[in-house]
Structure formats: structure tokens, C-alpha cells
Design a protein around this ligand. Sequence first.
Ligand SMILES: NC(=O)c1ccc[n+]([C@@H]2O[C@H](COP(=O)([O-])OP(=O)(O)OC[C@H]3O[C@@H](n4cnc5c(N)ncnc54)[C@H](OP(=O)(O)O)[C@@H]3O)[C@@H](O)[C@H]2O)c1
Length: 287
Amino acid sequence: MIFSPIIIGTMRWGSWGANHSKKILQQLIESALSENLTTFDHADIYGDYTTEKLFGVSFSEMQIRREKVQFISKCGIEMPCKNRNFTAKSYNYSREHIINSVEQSLANLRTDYLDLLLLHRPSPLMNPHEIADTFDFLREQKKVRHFGVSNFSPSQFELLNSCFPLITNQVEISLNHTEAFWNGTLDQMMMKNLQPMAWSVMGNYFSEDTEQNRRIKTVMQEMCRKYGAEENQLMLAFLLRHPANILPVIGTSRAEIIKTLKGATDITIENSDWFRLLEASAGKPVP
Ligand SMILES: NC(=O)c1ccc[n+]([C@@H]2O[C@H](COP(=O)([O-])OP(=O)(O)OC[C@H]3O[C@@H](n4cnc5c(N)ncnc54)[C@H](OP(=O)(O)O)[C@@H]3O)[C@@H](O)[C@H]2O)c1
């Protein structure tokens, strides 16, 4: 197994969220490692291109052996912001852009290699042959060990995978967003014996008071009592119950929630309870 069963997302740790200090980041890293959660998910753009560096500085002072952890990063989005003067938000998968982005991530994370590089979002202009050549180069240089994509449709995955072996597709999946169950994304991963990764695993459950969330909450409260679990643990257990062996990327910026969420790996939601949650999400029973 390359990655820990729950992946630690860093998107909200810096200026796109909690704006944590180096000290708090170190506590979060420590908390994850104490639960044997060793994989950290990054992207070049997080915190307007600043969060990887914040993490790298924090991690490098902790005397943790690099081979004890896994770093994922993503590239391909050009985001106009105060740290970059791109003229428009664009996707760029040219050889030059991918290599430059990896070099930046390595420098920011203060490491010699990424365990996994993901193409952040599919682009109509991506050339799979150019990308495959670039991936070959990065692998030969020992700068990236494995390659994958994020937010790709099954056919987009197939297109690039026909030129270069990919190991995952990181997509949005939660009780609020169940499209991946039906659109072939998870089927494809299972057929290829690959593990999908899920982002925004809490959906908007804790951030928005929607009709859907009110329906889910009614069922959740009953199930929390039945399973002796917290709502966030059941949100995660719902994904972990899927046979695709989903690797959830959790986004919390609180150490105690990392510990709570690890507990979800011990919960198996019964079949009919899983469908009650799905029904609450959809607002109607399955046909
Ligand atoms: N590939 C992609 O395109 C993509 C897109 C988005 C994200 N990602 C990756 O996925 C990771 C997770 O995404 P996400 O941040 O949207 O994940 P998430 O786990 O769905 O969201 C966590 C958010 O919910 C809040 N929350 C409130 N109450 C909570 C509770 N009781 N338990 C848990 N969370 C609670 C958290 O706040 P607190 O911090 O206060 O707990 C945090 O703001 C990101 O860090 C990033 O690495 C990838």
C-alpha cells in the first residue's frame, strides 16, 4: 500500500482557510502521524501558491524521515492571484509548465521527490503524448514516483492512461455528491484494480443549511446513536463502505478532528442503513 487509508488534505491549512502558524501545522502533522495517517495531499495553488511552502518549512523542522510519509501534489491550474500574474484562469499541461510546477513543489515542500503527481483538472487542450513524455522524464529523474489525475471523466482517464500508466483519479465524492457512484468513475477504478481518491468528503454538510442536509441530518442523528458515532465519522464511513476502496482526503484543519475521523475506519455501515443515507441525500428511494 503506497498511501495511508485516510489522506490528510492541506488545502485549508494556510491562507485559504485556517491560516495556521508553523507551530499549529506541526501539531496537525504530529496528530496525523500518531494515527498512522502518513499521506499528505497538496497542490501548487493552495493558499495562492503559499501553503506548500508553509508545510515544507514546518515539516522539515520535525526530524521526520521522508520515507515515513507520502507527499501528493497537483499541477496544471494557472490561477491569477497576488503571487502570480497570469492573465486568465487557465489549465496548462505543457511539458514546461508541468516540470516547472514540480520543481516548485519540490522546493516548497523541501523534498527530492513526490510520491504522486496529479493533473488537477482535465483540459480540452491537453496533449496526452506530451504529458506522457513529461511523466517519463520526471520518473527517470526520480522526481515523481507515481502519476494520476483529478476530476477526470472515465474517457479522459482512459485517453491519458493509454499513453502512460496512471494510478488514481481524485474526484469529489461525499454523501452530498454521489455522482461518482453512477457515472462510471468508480467502476473504472475497480476494473483497473486502482484506488480512487475522494475530495470534499464532508460535502457541504457542515457548512450549508440546505433541504438535503436537513434530510440527511434526520437520518444521521438516529444512526449516530445506533453506531455510537459522530456525524463526521458516518459521512466518512459512508464512503469507506463502497467496494472501490476509496481513499478519502480529509480537509479538517483541527487536530482533534483528524483523530475522530480515523475512527471511521472501524465503522461498517449496514447495507440498509447505507441506502437510507443515500435516500436522504437523493430525497427519494432508489428505483
Ligand atoms: N482534487 C481537487 O480538485 C480537490 C478539490 C478540493 C479539495 N481537494 C483536497 O481535498 C482535501 C479535502 O477537501 P475539503 O477541505 O473540501 O474536505 P472536507 O473534509 O469535506 O471539508 C472539511 C471542512 O469541513 C469543516 N467541518 C466543519 N465541521 C466539521 C466536522 N465536524 N468534521 C469535519 N469537518 C468539519 C472543516 O472545518 P475545520 O477545519 O474547522 O474542521 C473544513 O472546513 C483538501 O484539503 C485538498 O487536499 C482536492
